[in-house]
Design a protein around this ligand. Structure first.
Ligand code: PGA
Length: 238
């Protein structure tokens, strides 16, 4: 399985930045996935011309209804999006998202025909307290959908996001092995087919070594995904 490189633009990007997605699509970016802000999805789908898969950074758990300001998975699919990220730690923090709420979003994403990237990860305090595995197990327990179809897990230690700090390769390997065990315990054979991404301060300089770690099936990239130059360098490292 070739590594999957996913860019999460977070709350970044105006119309002029669509040129970056066009550049990714035009030069060796085939197979990249990008989650721009909702406002750019429509244009991103058009300029990517199928070469780059475009997705959402979040969705509502309901298909439609009285939820001012929210966007459903069906709406993302309607725009031509192919995937959705759910449970990102910034949403858990800023919007009080719970594991049960993340699970509902994952189910909604799958029902709309999207691939779902479900994010989990421990805080610095939890790691220092030796709780990393307990936290990952609880997040998986509470937020996994009922089957492994169209499911991708992103392991993103909260303390590594946007900080320039990454876990050691041994720590990444241990976390990914643990997640794989839990997926296999939950889904049996299908749990072995679920891709597990690493995310948190991935750059062109460290992507190669991270991607060589056992059970790392790709990377979820924030800051370094904003320009074609940087994301294509990460893809080249893969
Ligand atoms: P970062 O963000 O690469 O800027 O650390 C990663 C993420 O939040 O997915």
């Amino acid at each position: 399985m070739p590594a999957l490189i996913v860019g999460n633009w977070k709350m970044n990007g105006l119309g002029e930045d669509i040129a970056e997605i066009a550049a990714m699509a035009g030069s060796g970016g085939r197979g990249l996935w990008i989650a721009p802000p909702f406002t750019l999805i429509d244009r991103a789908v058009i300029v990517s011309a199928g070469a780059v898969k475009i997705g959402g950074q979040d969705c509502h758990a309901n298909e439609k209804g009285a939820h001012t300001g929210c966007v459903s998975a069906a709406m993302l699919a309607d725009l031509g999006a192919g995937f959705v990220i759910v449970g990102h730690s910034e949403r858990r923090r800023d919007n009080g998202e719970t594991d049960a709420g993340v699970r509902a979003k994952a189910i909604a994403g799958k029902a709309a025909g999207l691939e779902v990237i479900l994010c989990i990860g421990e805080t610095q305090g939890q790691r220092d307290a030796g709780e990393t595995e307990a936290v990952l197990a609880a997040q998986l327990e509470g937020s996994l959908p009922d089957d492994a179809e169209a499911l991708i897990i992103a392991y993103e230690p909260v303390w590594a996001i946007g900080t320039g700090r990454t876990p050691t390769l041994d720590e990444v390997a241990a976390a990914h092995r643990f997640i794989r065990e839990r997926l296999a315990a939950r889904f049996g054979g299908a749990g072995h087919g679920v891709r597990i991404l690493y995310g948190g301060s991935v750059t062109p300089a460290n992507a190669g070594e991270l991607l060589r770690v056992d059970e790392v099936g790709g990377v979820l990239v924030g800051g370094a995904s904003l320009t074609a130059q940087s994301l294509l360098a990460i893809a080249a490292a893969a």
